[in-house]
Design a protein around this ligand. Structure first.
Ligand code: AR6
Length: 337
C-alpha cells in the first residue's frame, strides 16, 4: 500500500528516509526534531551545521547515522497563526519538497511525522489532510511507499461530524451476526413480492412467470458461475473505462500485487484488498458483495470495519484516503494490500 498511516515513534521506522519537522536553523530543537537528533547521535548535528539552515517550506537531506533510516530529510513547517498567512501552501510545499528530495535520492520508503502539528500549532486534523492530499497526488505519478507516522492517538482526529455520523451508523447496524436486517429487507423487496400483490394475476400466470424468472435467474447465475475474483475485477475495470494503473493507484494498492492478481486467475486477495478494489471501482453495495463473495468474503454487521465500509459505499463516498482516516479513527485496520 503506497500510503499508510501508522502509529509509531518515527525514530524507530526502518525506511530509506524519515522526515524531520525542523526549524530554520536546522540545529535541533524539541518534539520530533529532538527525538531524531537524540536517536541519530551527534554526527547528525555536525552535518546539519554545514547546511546553512533551511527556509520555511523547503527541505534538506542528511545521513541517518545511528537511525535505522538511511537519510533524514529536514523540512521546516510554517508556524500556524490563523490559517490566513499562507500556512497551508507552505505546509504543502514541505511535503512536496521532501518527496522530491526522497525521489532524487532513490528512496523507496519514506516516513513523515505530522509536520507543524506540534510546537508550530497547525490543527492536527488539517495538518493530516494536507499531508494526505499532497502525498496522494505525488503517488499518482511515483512509485514509493510513504508512511504518515502518528505519535499520539489524539493527533488523529477525523471531523466530529463524520465521527458521530459513523458512530451512529455503527450503532444502528451493529447487530449480532445472525440477524442481518439489510439482507432481510432486501429479501422482502425481491421482484416476486409486488407481482404476488398485484391484482388480477391468475395462479397459472404467476407460476409461469415464476418459472421464467427462475430460468432467467439461473441463466444469469450460470453466466457468471466460472468468473473468478480476478476475472470480475478485470471485467469491471473495463466496464468502468479505467486503466489498470488508474485502478490500483486509486485504491492504494501495490503495483506488484496487482500484476499478481492479473496473472493468476484464481488469486484470492485479502478482504481489505478486495474491498479496496470495490471502492476504487465505485461499486454499489450489491456489486461489492458480489465481488467479495468471489474472494470468499462478505460484509458483516458484526464487524465495525465492515459497517464503516458499508457506510461510505452507501453514501457514495469512495475516497479511499477519507475511508482510511475513518477506519484509523475507529481503530480498524486500513484498506490496501
Ligand atoms: N515520532 C513521530 N511523531 C512525533 C514524535 C516521534 N518521535 N515526536 C513528536 N511527534 P513537533 P512542529 C509528533 O512539535 O510542530 C521543534 O522544536 C508530534 O506529536 O515536533 O513542526 C523544531 O525544532 C506532532 O504531531 O514539530 C521546531 O522548532 C508532530 O510530530 C518546532 O519544534 C510535529 O510536532 C517544529 O514544530
Amino acid at each position: 500500500m503506497p500510503l499508510e498511516i501508522v502509529r509509531n515513534d518515527i525514530t524507530k521506522m526502518t525506511v530509506d528516509a524519515i522526515v524531520n519537522a525542523a526549524n530554520e536553523s536546522l540545529l535541533g530543537g524539541g518534539g520530533v526534531d529532538g527525538a531524531i537528533h537524540y536517536a541519530a547521535g551527534p554526527e547528525l548535528l555536525a552535518e546539519c551545521k554545514t547546511l546553512d539552515g533551511c527556509k520555511t517550506g523547503k527541505a534538506k537531506i542528511t545521513g541517518g547515522y545511528n537511525l535505522p533510516a538511511k537519510y533524514v530529510i529536514h523540512t521546516v513547517g510554517p508556524v500556524y497563526e490563523d490559517g490566513k498567512h499562507g500556512e497551508k501552501s507552505l505546509l504543502e510545499s514541505c511535503y512536496r519538497e521532501s518527496l522530491a528530495l526522497a525521489k532524487k535520492h532513490n528512496c523507496e520508503t519514506v516516513a513523515f511525522p505530522l509536520i507543524s502539528s506540534g510546537v508550530y500549532g497547525y490543527p492536527k486534523d488539517q495538518a493530516l489532510k494536507v499531508a494526505i492530499d499532497v502525498i496522494s497526488v505525488f503517488l499518482l505519478e511515483n512509485d514509493m511507499m510513504v508512511y504518515i507516522v502518528i505519535f499520539d492517538k489524539a493527533a488523529y482526529k477525523i471531523s466530529e461530524k463524520l465521527f458521530s455520523d459513523i458512530t451512529e451508523y455503527i450503532d444502528d447496524n451493529y447487530v449480532d451476526e445472525h440477524t442481518d436486517y439489510r439482507r432481510e429487507s432486501m429479501r422482502m423487496n425481491t421482484p416476486m413480492a409486488p407481482m404476488q400483490a398485484s391484482v388480477g394475476l391468475f395462479e397459472s400466470d404467476l407460476c409461469e412467470c415464476k418459472a421464467m424468472m427462475a430460468e432467467e435467474d439461473l441463466d444469469a447465475k450460470l453466466k457468471h458461475i466460472d468468473e473468478s475474483f480476478s476475472q470480475m475485477l478485470l471485467r469491471k475495470i473495463d466496464e468502468k473505462g479505467m486503466t489498470d494503473a488508474e485502478c490500483y493507484k486509486k485504491d492504494n494498492i501495490d503495483r506488484k500485487l496487482f500484476s499478481k492478481i492479473r496473472s493468476d486467475v484464481h488469486y484470492k486477495p485479502s478482504k481489505p484488498t478486495a474491498i479496496a478494489f470495490a471502492i476504487s471501482l465505485e461499486l454499489s453495495l450489491d456489486e461489492t458483495e458480489d465481488m467479495l463473495k468471489k474472494a470468499g468474503f462478505a460484509l458483516s454487521h458484526s464487524n465495525k470495519f465492515d459497517i464503516i465500509i458499508e457506510y461510505f459505499i452507501s453514501k457514495g463516498n469512495y475516497n479511499i484516503f477519507e475511508i482510511n482516516e475513518a477506519l484509523f479513527a475507529f481503530d480498524q485496520s486500513l484498506l490496501g494490500a
